[in-house]
Design a protein around this ligand. Structure first.
Ligand code: NAP
Length: 341
């Protein structure tokens, strides 16, 4: 049995972690933090939550936990991470603070000085399926972003196989509104979102772009650039990424190309408990994944273009669920513990 602390429990990912850890058979929740609601029970904010008392981060009893989860905005997470790391705790950070290896790239995209650049090299990028060996020793895990999780799981088998790709990789992604967090802003108000469908940061303008390309290059250093177009979908949760690539496969016949590609995906994900390669003819949808830690992947060939549909729940596989999956690997629990619905 281990004890866990959750910073930022009044947010969407923090509450999702509370829900997952409260039913995890080998974890006790040691503390939950909030700056704005300290002293109140979490159940006042979320009626179905356990009545854990919220404490301010500065008063969190770090000595009583083994691992901490940071569900804080970027730049607020890194200093909290350093305090916990200095106290000898293992840290899983759901923010973007430790995902990018280059401090200058972080500062360019997030418009702040990096609060803890000395820890960047040690952070393990926790896309669990491809990080198990490093996770077991990791002190600090950078949990991947939600869009990156959907796109990277959709691309990895193709890229790792070393197949050359012609032209850009195009990822057209749609996210439910919880992806923007619980803090209300004009563009996420009900009246703005309901009945609407909005692209934002399209092309090469979204902060997740460098994170996705960093990982793409680790699998295929000369991969073409990514065109990434996120959209705000008028649903509470879920991400669907539709990814277009042109593999340079001179096999001639369409059915043999899709057969070869499908073979790569089935081999890569055969033993994965949370990644499902859908049968031929089936495309991934939000209904395959919401409220679960699953990623569903569909493969379709259109002429010489491979269309990959990849769906996740942004708050679970794209955040809290993947964080618990990472924790399970870090401490040696069964990887699926607390995550099977
Ligand atoms: N939403 C997603 O789908 C998703 C997916 C993957 C990763 N992430 C990342 O995970 C992190 C949390 O996201 P979220 O969607 O859960 O955000 P959120 O709903 O806005 O919650 C943020 C939490 O941080 C606390 N907080 C806000 N400002 C703070 C500050 N300056 N110092 C300390 N605490 C502060 C808030 O608590 P109080 O105001 O009560 O103090 C709240 O508990 C972000 O870095 C986000 O980018 C989000």
């Amino acid at each position: 049995m281990i004890r866990a602390g959750i910073y930022g429990a009044t947010g969407y990912t923090g509450y999702e972690l509370v829900r997952l850890l409260a039913r995890h058979p080998q974890v006790e929740v040691g503390f939950v933090t909030s700056e704005s609601q300290a002293g109140r029970p979490l159940s006042v904010i979320f009626p179905q939550a356990p009545a854990y008392e919220l404490v301010a981060a500065a008063k969190a009893p770090l000595d009583q936990v083994d691992v901490v989860f940071l569900c804080l905005p970027h730049a607020a997470a890194a200093p909290t991470a350093v305090s916990a790391l200095n106290a000898g705790k293992r840290v899983i950070d759901l923010s973007a603070d430790f995902r990018l290896k280059e401090r200058t790239v972080y500062e360019q995209w997030y418009k702040v000085s990096h609060p803890a650049p000395d820890w960047l090299a040690a952070a393990v990028y926790g896309l669990t399926e491809f990080a198990r060996a490093e996770l077991s020793e990791a002190q600090l895990v950078a949990n991947p972003g939600c869009y990156p999780t959907s796109i990277l799981l959709g691309l990895q088998p193709l890229l790792a196989a070393g197949l050359p790709l012609n032209g850009p990789i195009i990822a057209d992604s749609k996210s439910g509104v919880s992806g923007a967090g619980r803090m209300p802003r004009q563009h996420t108000h009900f009246v703005e979102v309901a009945g609407n469908f909005t692209p934002y940061g399209i092309g090469r303008g979204h902060r997740h772009l460098p994170e996705i390309e960093q990982q793409i290059r680790s699998w295929q250093p000369d991969a073409p650039p990514l065109i990434f177009s996120p959209h705000l979908l008028p649903v509470p949760r879920g991400i669907l990424s539709t990814i277009y690539v042109n593999p340079d496969m001179v096999i001639g016949h369409r059915s043999s190309v899709i057969g070869e590609v499908r073979g790569l995906y089935e081999a890569a994900y055969e033993d994965e408990p949370f990644v499902d390669v859908l049968p031929e003819g089936e495309v991934a949808t939000l209904a395959h994944v919401v409220h679960s830690n699953r990623c569903a992947i569909g493969l379709t060939m259109a002429g010489s273009t491979l269309i990959i549909t990849s769906a996740i729940d942004n708050l679970i596989k794209g955040a809290a669920g993947q964080a618990v999956q990472n924790m399970n690997v870090m401490v040696g629990f069964e990887e699926t513990m607390g995550l099977k619905s």
